[in-house]
Design a protein around this ligand. Structure first.
Ligand code: DX5
Ligand code: ZN
Length: 216
C-alpha cells in the first residue's frame, strides 16, 4: 500500500499536538522522524521531541538516522515503539551495515538503509538483498524545504529493479516531495516522506489523500 509519511521536521511547534491529532484523523499510521547529530550533517534535529505524544496517539515513527555512528543511536530508539529505523549506508562499510540491519530487526522493527542523491545505489546492491526498506534521498540530507534533485531518479530506478526480484522491498523517498512528485512517482514508490509540503497544506490534506487513495 502507498503511504504518505509526514516529516515532523516541518511540524508547527506551537500547534504540534493538534497537528498530530490531524495526522491521526487522516488515518496515516506513520510519521517520519529525522534525527541529525551535527556530524553526518551540519544541523542537529529531533532527539526525543513528540515521542510521548506519538505513543499517546498510537502513531508510530519511522526513524531516519542522519548520524555518523548509527549503532549508538539505534540503541537509543530501540524502545520507543518505532515502526522502523533507517540509517545511512555512507556512514560505515557494507559488512557493518548488515550487522546494523540485523540488530534493528532483532529489536522487532523494520530495518532500512538510505543513500544520498550523490551516492550510486549500484554500490549497495548486496545490501538491497538484506534490507526491508531502501530510503532514496532526493535532497541532500540536513534540511527541509529544498527542491527535488532529479539525479535521485537513477537510484529510484535501481531500487525498482531490485524490487522485481524482492517483492517485499519497501521503497521510500525523502526530500522535496509534493503533490506533483507524489502523482508522478506513484507507481515507483511505497512510502512518500513529505515535510514542508504536507504541513503547509495540512488543512487541505484530507482532499489530497482521498485523491491519492483513488490511484491505488
Ligand atoms: C532532510 C530530511 C527530510 C525532510 C524532508 O534531511 O531527511 O525528511 O524533513 O523535508 P521536505 O519534504 O520539506 O523536503
Ligand atoms: Zn528524512
Amino acid at each position: 500500500m502507498k503511504l504518505i509519511e509526514p516529516s515532523l521536521l516541518s511540524i508547527n511547534k506551537e500547534k504540534a499536538f493538534d497537528q498530530l491529532k490531524m495526522v491521526k484523523a487522516f488515518k496515516l499510521p506513520y510519521v517520519h522522524y529525522d534525527v541529525m547529530d551535527g556530524k553526518f550533517v551540519p544541523p542537529t534535529a529531533l532527539t526525543t521531541e513528540y515521542l510521548k505524544d506519538l505513543q499517546m496517539l498510537g502513531i508510530k515513527p519511522n526513524i531516519h538516522l542522519m548520524v555518523a555512528n548509527p549503532d549508538e543511536w539505534i540503541e537509543k530508539y530501540k524502545d520507543c515503539n518505532a515502526n522502523s529505523i533507517t540509517f545511512h549506508a555512507e556512514s560505515q562499510s557494507i559488512e557493518e551495515s548488515k550487522v546494523l540491519l540485523d540488530k534493528i530487526r532483532s529489536y522487532g522493527m523494520l530495518a532500512g538503509f538510505s543513500v544520498k542523491p550523490s551516492t550510486d545505489l549500484n554500490q549497495y546492491k548486496e545490501l538491497l538483498q538484506h534490507t526491508d526498506i531502501i530510503l532514496i534521498m532526493s535532497v541532500e540530507p540536513g534540511w527541509a524545504g529544498q527542491g527535488f534533485i532529479e539525479k535521485a531518479l537513477d537510484n529510484l530506478a535501481i531500487a525498482n529493479e531490485a524490487k522485481k526480484a524482492k517483492h517485499n522491498l519497501i521503497i521510500q523517498i525523502d526530500g522535496g516531495i509534493n503533490y506533483e512528485y507524489i502523482r508522478k512517482l506513484y507507481n515507483q514508490v511505497d512510502w512518500f516522506v513529505t515535510g514542508s509540503w504536507f504541513f503547509k497544506n495540512i488543512d487541505h490534506m484530507g482532499q489530497y489523500l482521498d485523491e491519492f487513495r483513488k490511484l491505488n
